[in-house]
Design a protein around this ligand. Sequence first.
Ligand SMILES: Nc1ncnc2c1ncn2[C@@H]1O[C@H](COP(=O)(O)OP(=O)(O)O)[C@@H](O)[C@H]1O
Ligand SMILES: [Mg+2]
Length: 249
Amino acid sequence: MTDILNSKKIDSFEEEQEISLRPQHLNEYIGQEDLKRNLRVFIGAALKRHETLDHTLLYGPPGLGKTTLAYIIANEMKGKIRVINGPSIEKPGDLAAVLSTLESGDILFIDEIHRLPRIVEEVLYGAMEDFTLSVIINRDGNARTIEVPLPPFTLVGATTRIGDLTSPLRARFGIAEKINFYSENEIADIVNRTAKVYNTAIAPEAVNAIAQRSRGTPRIANRLFRTSSRFFRFCQRKFNKSGFSYICP
Ligand SMILES: Nc1ncnc2c1ncn2[C@@H]1O[C@H](COP(=O)(O)OP(=O)(O)O)[C@@H](O)[C@H]1O
Ligand SMILES: [Mg+2]
């Protein structure tokens, strides 16, 4: 049970399910009204000026919708998204390889950005600030730096630990938005939406029961929905003297 309620733990099966469940546009994203209002203004202004969106930092506990929002930002900006994970980028060269394939208007999503090694992070500074990539070339013992221009792009960073972000990195984000826990009503809306996506009928009492137990976290709500709907599909209710019990294959 504790695993079901742990929004940090997520396996590849669940990841796949989550991808199919993700809202694609801001108007399908439930709750976080202040954040959506801000993002609408920023996105609208950037599109109107034919510019890229400012670099955006999304922070808050796991399972609240940071990755989902990164994809939505890419959709709303009509850009392609490149996804990388902080801990998987070990050397400056790894990041340089990704940056050099970016195209104008792309969204570079770095998940768990607080876990980028410091030397990699330093490569990001120039890339974020003036869209240049500084490459050190070491030939015959002579090291020199060349600056390679990058196309304009938007970095979207996500972190569960805003306090672990260094201040130079934090300062380079024009937009920083906190994602908060959801109210029970909002979680109920998310469960109803999930049921619709899966084409499953669900009683309002069941929606409320899930909403009350989800700790304000969509990932947990969707997990409880999946677990309970699987249970009701496969298990039979058997009545006995003391009430009923479930027989599951
Ligand atoms: N505001 C929301 N509206 C609808 N579904 C959401 C919302 N936020 C999160 N979800 C769902 O919850 C799941 C987990 O969200 P995710 O973006 O992976 O969280 P995080 O990246 O913050 O850990 C996804 O499957 C997504 O569909
Ligand atoms: Mg995520």
